[in-house]
Design a protein around this ligand. Structure first.
Ligand code: ATP
Ligand code: MG
Length: 507
């Protein structure tokens, strides 16, 4: 796999005994980490283990209290990401920094002075970008405007930006969380090609199969400490899980099906809606969810899932049709949906899901206010927050921790946990386990199943077909905004559903 031998790898980047603290939390505790030129090096660890923090230290965003960073074998002092760029280190963040109205090529050169400040020859840049994209196996049109691109394509633009600026070390924090399986394959190809050409890649993901497919070596962090580095070819999922959590992880079987009650708690009749671009996103969608069942929505991202969730939650206008939550016909307002008994985990967590500047406890109070107009008094809110932290194993100092201080996965647990414990009648969840580590994924699946058993009607929107199969009682396939199939899980066949998702088979 790798041409870097363990004896004499040429060192690209290293953290030497790096310690980084936040108000009482030791996010990185004397972390040692070495990345060789020519390898893809994966960072693994549970939610809150310190992966993102380490990357932020390696790219000059944070300065460690102790320890230092080495580039090419020499200690460097970085005061900003700009210094990191000078050293050839680039990070692709999950929030892309692209200008929507400009083209791919324009975004690639934006803010880069190689072409003499603001002026550049568009045709030449387009040719250069096309050549880079081809070399690194990225499917992208240099003239396309950013707003026309899928999430996966926008990520390619971010990678091209880094390559164009001469990146030799690329750091990607959970890049696959937002990608379709096909896009993941293409990204793996690109990262392997970068390694082949001598660059170093740091790759973070909670999905072990991906990590095993793309990486040469793996370093595991646990509670801020380095647990060790292993060669990918000589390790197993079991060994890695053990290193991550410090004990053997039991992979439980599926939760099985639920007792489906008689009452319909959510009904959509002939619902149509438009996308942000004004194109048809949902066409004539009819669905009914009964108390106690989970309806899985399978589909490749971008086939109307987001709009479906938003229409139910009253956050997107319908152009036709009716939505009824627990017997109450919806005008189409978020508060109305919450009052009718909707629990909602949106795709975009930071935007709609949570107030980043508020504490865990206040985020819970905010939600209860939206539901019934009552502000919980402080003591109750604190107790509820403590309960949530305990039940969902959220890594936080306590109920007063601000939402924005939580690691990505722990923020996710907060939102899912809040909605699951909100006494909802109907629960709409989008990709509930995205960004969660193995243990948290298990608990969220178990809790979703339990909430169905207690009579909640659930809608589970996810691209992860495995999760949909494990949890759902029925599965609807969404393709180009239409429900193209609806089957009982016990009669469903994964391959057939996969073909329906691609529009290549009828129900
Ligand atoms: N800006 C911050 N302020 C306060 N605490 C922080 C901050 N950033 C991170 N932390 C804390 O540091 C610890 C490590 O967080 P980090 O984001 O590095 O974890 P992670 O391994 O990336 O987790 P995940 O898999 O959930 O993304 C967590 O306890 C987190 O709450
Ligand atoms: Mg993280």
């Amino acid at each position: 796999m790798t041409d870097a031998t363990p004896e004499a790898p040429s060192l690209a980047l290293a953290a030497r005994s790096v310690t980084k603290r936040f108000r009482g939390v030791v996010a990185n505790d004397r972390v040692d980490f070495e990345v060789a030129a020519g390898e893809v090096h994966a960072l693994l660890g549970e939610n809150g283990a310190g992966k993102t923090t380490l990357c932020n230290v390696l790219t000059g965003l944070y300065r460690p209290e102790e320890g230092y960073v080495e580039v090419g074998g020499r200690p460097v002092r970085m005061h900003s990401p700009h210094d990191a760029h000078e050293a050839g280190i680039f990070m692709v963040h999950q929030q892309f920094r692209l200008v929507q109205s400009l083209s791919v090529a324009e975004n690639v050169v934006l803010g880069w002075s190689r072409h003499g400040g603001t002026w550049f020859a568009p045709r030449r840049v387009e040719r250069e970008v096309a050549a880079l994209a081809e070399q690194y196996r990225m499917d992208i049109a240099p003239q396309a405007k950013i707003w026309q691109l899928s999430v996966g394509e926008q990520q390619r633009v971010e990678i091209l930006k880094a390559l164009y600026r001469g990146a030799r070390i690329l750091i990607m924090d959970e890049p696959t969380a937002v990608l379709t399986p096909q896009e993941v394959d293409q990204l793996v190809g690109t990262l392997r090609e970068m390694a082949r050409s001598g660059s170093a890649v740091v790759f973070i993901s909670h999905k072990l199969p991906e990590v095993l497919a793309v990486s040469d070596r793996i370093t595991v962090l646990r509670a801020g400490r380095t647990m060790g580095t292993v060669g990918t070819a000589s390790t197993t999922a079991r060994e890695l899980a053990h290193m991550m959590v410090g004990r053997d992880v039991v992979f439980a079987g599926g939760p099985g099906s639920h007792e489906v009650g008689g009452t319909v708690v959510l009904e959509l009749e002939a619902v149509s809606a438009e996308s942000d671009l004004g194109t048809p996103a949902l066409v004539d969608v009819a669905l009914a969810v009964r108390s106690g069942e989970i309806l899985g929505i399978a589909g490749v991202a971008g086939n109307g899932q987001r709009e479906l969730a938003e229409v139910i939650a009253g956050e997107r206008a319908r152009t036709a049709g009716r939505v009824v939550i627990d017997g109450k016909t919806q005008e189409g307002k978020p508060w109305e949906a919450i009052a009718a008994g909707l629990g909602y985990v949106p795709e975009d967590r930071m935007g709609v899901g949570v107030a980043p500047g508020l504490s865990i406890a206040d985020n819970l109070r905010l939600k209860s206010y939206r539901r019934n107009g009552l502000i919980l008094h402080n003591k109750k809110a604190m107790a509820d927050a403590e309960e949530l932290i305990r039940r969902f194993d959220i890594v936080a100092r306590g109920p007063r921790t601000l939402a924005r201080e939580l690691s990505g996965g722990n923020l996710q647990k907060l939102i899912v946990g809040r909605e699951l414990s909100s006494a909802a009648k109907v629960l709409v969840v989008s990709s509930p386990t995205r960004g969660l580590d193995v243990g948290a994924t298990e608990s969220v699946r178990r809790l979703l199943s339990e909430s169905a058993r207690s009579g909640v009607g659930g809608v589970l929107i996810s691209e992860a077909l495995g999760g949909v199969f494990e949890l759902s009682d029925r599965i609807a396939v969404l393709y180009r905004g239409r429900v193209t199939g609806l089957v009982d899980r016990k009669d469903a066949d994964v391959d057939h559903i996969g073909l329906m998702m691609a529009g290549q088979a009828a129900a």
